[in-house]
Design a binder for this molecule. Structure first.
Ligand SMILES: Nc1ncnc2c1ncn2[C@@H]1O[C@H](COP(=O)(O)OP(=O)(O)OP(=O)(O)O)[C@@H](O)[C@H]1O
Length: 234
């Protein structure tokens, strides 16, 4: 394969045999995974199934991961968490720019997330949804090849969450990073992702490609079944 073609088709993330144990308890059990460049992947699983552990490993935040194989991730990675993690003593624009230069790009990123005019606000003057918008702007400014998001909308009310879904999907379409989104929410996963993984007993139990033409309900039933949840309460 020509080097150029190889670069275009090389996966953004590649895990081979990724294993993680805590006190002898295996949480990630020899996981193999490839995420192509530009793909939007959601990671579902029960509480405690290891979703955050997997995300932290890919982010390079876990230095104790042992694997029989490899863990490859792009150089430019941004991480968004459930709380915005804005520094309270810096204004919104300064938070967005932290560790970078290019004020103009910071202003543009704030405008992209609907926060034009709030550059000089303090983080405690923002609502929860606005703070998460600022966190998205901070991640965008770094033009990440990979965006890792750990329950980024988990603390938001239902209406704000719907707006944030639309925003994230729009930003992804414009910038096309690969995305790995950790979520508990089956509907969020279907609304946003092109591929949904279910983590179960340390392994990827289901790897589902989402076709936007197929009704959401079809995926919902399969995902709930994979998660061992039944909706029939009669
Ligand atoms: N630093 C740690 N030390 C010990 N055990 C840990 C540590 N981090 C995670 N674990 C354990 O690993 C398992 C997976 O945790 P993880 O946070 O990855 O789950 P999760 O799927 O993200 O859960 P949730 O959906 O509740 O956030 C849990 O049993 C947790 O207690």
């Amino acid at each position: 394969m020509a080097p150029h073609t190889e670069q275009l088709t090389r996966p953004a993330v590649r895990l081979r045999g990724l294993t993680r144990s805590f006190d002898g308890r295996v949480v990630l059990d020899a996981i193999d995974l490839e995420i192509p460049a530009g793909q939007f992947v959601a990671l579902l699983g029960h509480s405690g199934s290891g979703k955050s552990t997997l995300l932290r490993a890919v982010a390079g935040l876990d230095h104790e991961v042992t694997g029989s194989g490899e863990l490859t991730a792009p150089e430019r990675v941004s991480v968004v968490f459930q709380d915005s993690r804005l520094l309270p003593w810096r204004r919104v624009l300064d938070n967005v720019l932290l560790g970078t230069d290019g004020e103009e790009r910071g202003r543009e990123a704030l405008a992209e997330v609907g926060l034009a005019g709030r550059e000089r606000a303090w983080p405690n003057e923002l609502s929860g949804g606005e703070a998460q918008r600022a966190a998205l702007a901070r991640s965008l400014v770094r033009e990440p090849e990979l965006l890792l998001a750990d329950e980024p909308f988990g603390a938001l009310d239902a209406l704000t969450r719907i707006k944030m879904h639309a925003l994230l999907r729009e930003l992804w379409q414009r910038h096309r990073p690969s995305v790995l989104l950790v979520t508990h929410d089956v509907d969020e996963a279907i609304a946003l992702a092109d591929r949904i993984l279910v983590l179960d007993h340390g392994r990827i139990g289901l790897d589902l490609t989402v076709d936007r033409e197929v009704p959401h309900g079809d995926y919902r039933a399969r995902l709930l079944a994979a998660l061992g949840v039944t909706e029939d309460v009669r």
